[in-house]
Every structure is written in structure tokens, then in C-alpha cells.
Design a binder for this molecule. Structure first.
Ligand code: XIL
Length: 310
């Protein structure tokens, strides 16, 4: 049986993405979250399309619910996410470059300002790279140019000086073209004095593609730039149906992520993208794959949980 809750067996923040809806309506979901984790990341509730679906019309209900839960239960919050090519409101598409620039600054000010002092870390820029390491041609890149990244971090620092500011991406676990580009950008931002504090490595893995064995080395090289590292969205999907073999492989992947983070002092957070298969984005996004979380649909710990907390 477990030594104690996950959050008590490590000095790292142990987090999960959470959704406001089950947090308010499912007592078992809420109680496992509260018992095991000490950090929460709103899964969708802080995304621009959710908080400002129409220009000047705000909906903070889900974000407020999660931040209030965190305050009442002593949890740390990871804010997610401010500048991202996905889940942004359609009205942005109608803006020219000068107006988009001021709207992005205002968005950062408004959202970070609302929760000033209550968010430990923010994913300021999310998923800005293509797989080959080139910059994704998002509306931000196209209309604001390369400097949108440095600008976003400067605006973010001004909006909440107490928050750690992160760049976050996926398929940047191992050493590859994309993580090389991320490394080079962070080095250049640091050299220019841009206020960036950390790198988030999402860590959406699949047992079908093999474990990225250079994860630890990649965390080490990023940390050597003088930034913190966070595992921000870990999940390990398996081809359905699950069986005990696949669940054991999954367990070893989770353990390797955990160990890689614990091998580097500046890896400060281990967060999973949801903690239960009852509410996971995986089956809806990757047809034929699922069962990617530490707990099953009935909130029973899976082999992956036991491997982290034997
Ligand atoms: C996902 C959510 O889990 C889904 O509910 C939503 O439909 C789409 O976005 N990278 C990220 C997260 O940074 O915001 C994404 O979250 C998963 C991939």
C-alpha cells in the first residue's frame, strides 16, 4: 500500500489538469485530487476562447472556480495559457497587426491581473514551434513577427511580477529538432534579458512510439540555461483495449518521466494532464488510444500510480 499521497513523497509540485465541471459535481474526483496533488492546472478554463469569446465579454466562471478551490484547499495553480494558436476566439482573426499587438497585451494584463498573486506559474507562450524547429505560422507570428514571444514575456512580467513565466511545448521531451529550437530560443531570450523563468515540457506520450530516452539529458541542458523545468501535461496513452502488459509498459513510462524530473534539481513540477481516465482528452483526440492517466474511470489507482508511489 502507498506510503502516503503522491504530493507527500516528493519535493516537486505534483499537479494535474482539472476541469471545473467535475470538480463541482463529482465528490470522488474532488477528493482524490485534493488528497494526492498540490498543484492544479485549469484544463480549458483559462484559455482565451473561454475567457473572452466575444471582444470585451468575459467569462471567468470556470477559472474562478478552480482558483477558489485552490485557495481553499492550499493548492498551487499553474495558469494555462495566454498566447496559443489554438482555442483563441475567432474575433482575433479580424484584427490587423497593430491592433492584435495591443489586444494581446491587454489580454495578458487582464487575465494575469485578475489572478495576480494567486498563480505560481503561467504558460505564457504555448506550442510555438513546428516539428522541424521552425516557428509555427500562427496569427501571432504572422502579424506580430518574431518579437511577439519576447513582448509577451515582458508584458506578462509587468502584469504579475510574482508569477514564474514559462514557455511550453510538446514533442520536446527528447533531444530532437524541435527541442533544439526551443533550447536555442530560450538561450537567446535569456541573453537578451527577456523575463523567462521556465520551460514546460508537456510530455504527452504514447507507448506506441517508444520512450524518449534523452528526456533527462534534455532537462539537464535546459536547466543549465538558468531556468526551471516543469513536466506540465504528462499522460501516456495506450492502444485500446488496455491489458496488464500495456498498463505495465505505461507504468514504466510514467516512472521514467518522474525519475528524469527528480534527477535534475531545477525540475520543479510533475503535472499530469488529468488524473483519471474518466475525464481525459486522449480518447477524443487520438482514436483507438486511451487509458492514459494514473487512475482508472472508477478512480482506482492503476499500475502507473503504484509505480510512482509503491
Ligand atoms: C486540451 C484539453 O485537454 C481538451 O479538453 C481540449 O478540447 C483541447 O485542449 N496541449 C495543451 C492543452 O497545451 O491545452 C491541450 O488541452 C492538450 C495539448
Amino acid at each position: 500500500s502507498a506510503a502516503g499521497p503522491l504530493k507527500d513523497i516528493t519535493s516537486r509540485y505534483v499537479g494535474s489538469a482539472v476541469a471545473a465541471q467535475p470538480l463541482s459535481s463529482e465528490a470522488d474526483y474532488r477528493s482524490v485530487l485534493t488528497r494526492e496533488f498540490d498543484s492544479v492546472t485549469p484544463e480549458n478554463e483559462m484559455k482565451w476562447a473561454v475567457v473572452e469569446p466575444n471582444r470585451g465579454q468575459f467569462n471567468w466562471s470556470g477559472a474562478d472556480a478552480i482558483v477558489n478551490y485552490a485557495r481553499q484547499n492550499g493548492k498551487s495553480v499553474r495558469g494555462h495559457t495566454l498566447v496559443w494558436h489554438s482555442q483563441y476566439p475567432g474575433w482575433l482573426n479580424n484584427l490587423g497587426s497593430g491592433e492584435l499587438r495591443s489586444v494581446v497585451q491587454q489580454h495578458i494584463n487582464t487575465e494575469m491581473g485578475r489572478y495576480r498573486g494567486r498563480i505560481r506559474a503561467w504558460d505564457v507562450v504555448n506550442e510555438m514551434f513546428n516539428e522541424d524547429g521552425s516557428r509555427r505560422q500562427s496569427i501571432f507570428q504572422q502579424r506580430m513577427g518574431d518579437s511577439y514571444v519576447a513582448d509577451a514575456f515582458r508584458w506578462a512580467r509587468a502584469a504579475d511580477p510574482s508569477a514564474k513565466l514559462y514557455i511550453n511545448d510538446y514533442n520536446t521531451e527528447g533531444i530532437n529538432a524541435k527541442s533544439n529550437a526551443l533550447y536555442n530560443l530560450v538561450r537567446s531570450l535569456k541573453q537578451q534579458g527577456v523575463p523567462i523563468d521556465g520551460v514546460g515540457i508537456q510530455t504527452h506520450l504514447s507507448t506506441q512510439y517508444g520512450f524518449p530516452t534523452s528526456l533527462r539529458q534534455n532537462i539537464e541542458r535546459l536547466a543549465a540555461l538558468g531556468v526551471d523545468i516543469a513536466i506540465t501535461e504528462a499522460d501516456v496513452r495506450i492502444p485500446l483495449p488496455a491489458d496488464s502488459n500495456k498498463l505495465n509498459t505505461q507504468a514504466s513510462y510514467f516512472r521514467q518521466i518522474w525519475d528524469a524530473c527528480h534527477a535534475v534539481p531545477r525540475c520543479v513540477e510533475f503535472t499530469t494532464w488529468g488524473f483519471t481516465d474518466r475525464h481525459s482528452w486522449v480518447p477524443g483526440t487520438f482514436p483507438g488510444e486511451g487509458a492514459a492517466c494514473l487512475y482508472d474511470t472508477n478512480l482506482r489507482p492503476k499500475p502507473a500510480y503504484t509505480r510512482l508511489n509503491p
